[in-house]
Write a protein of this length. Structure first.
Length: 190
């Protein structure tokens, strides 16, 4: 009986092939990482706020979750953190307790926090039964999405937060989830 013996490749050739494979995988990973970073930068990039947005914002009115109208003009004159959110948005839901703590800590210093829900009233009502919040919330619907876009959120992503000075000018804007550090930095601005 004859055995079929194959010559095994030389160890140096195997090592060279493994090294090439590794470099190809590292290169492919780097390209994917750069593409992801580019996509994130594009998604999170904000356009300038439209010139007429201040007039639109301060003349707007939204339905509060209590059913009463919430007039933006009544919030002018103090620093305002305006947060666009939705119940179906995981980063929005995650940052709400942080915004609630910020409201409690900063309201004595004249700060205001307002959450504009880009959502259905029934969803917001049900959500608030599970997670009650102390800061004011209003139902913004499509008007809130339009306002968000005019404030520079062209892609309409959530969460989106805008910090206004007491004079109504925009100090900061952020697309994406806020951090405690963001809020600590913003608290020193206004």
């Amino acid at each position: 009986m004859k055995e079929d013996l194959k010559a095994s490749p030389a160890p140096a050739a195997v090592l060279a092939t493994d090294a090439r494979r590794r470099w190809l995988l590292v290169g492919a990973g780097a390209v994917a990482g750069l593409a992801g970073a580019g996509l994130a930068a594009w998604r999170l990039n904000l356009a300038p706020a439209r010139v007429d947005v201040a007039d639109d914002l301060w003349s707007a009115s939204f339905e509060g979750v209590d059913g009463k109208p919430l007039r933006m003009a009544e919030l002018r004159g103090q620093p305002l953190l305006l947060n666009f959110w939705a119940t179906w948005c995981p980063p929005c839901v995650k940052e709400l307790p942080l915004l609630d703590r910020f409201h409690v800590q900063q309201s004595a210093k004249g700060w205001q926090v307002l959450g504009l829900a880009i959502d259905q009233p029934a969803n917001v009502e049900k959500f608030l039964q599970r997670l009650p919040l102390q800061f004011p919330l209003a139902l913004a619907g499509l008007a809130g999405s339009d306002l968000s876009r005019r404030l520079g959120n062209e892609r309409g992503g959530l969460p989106f937060t805008v910090l206004f000075a007491a004079d109504g000018s925009i100090l900061k804007r952020k697309m994406g989830e806020l951090s405690e550090q963001d809020l600590a930095d913003w608290a020193r601005l206004a």
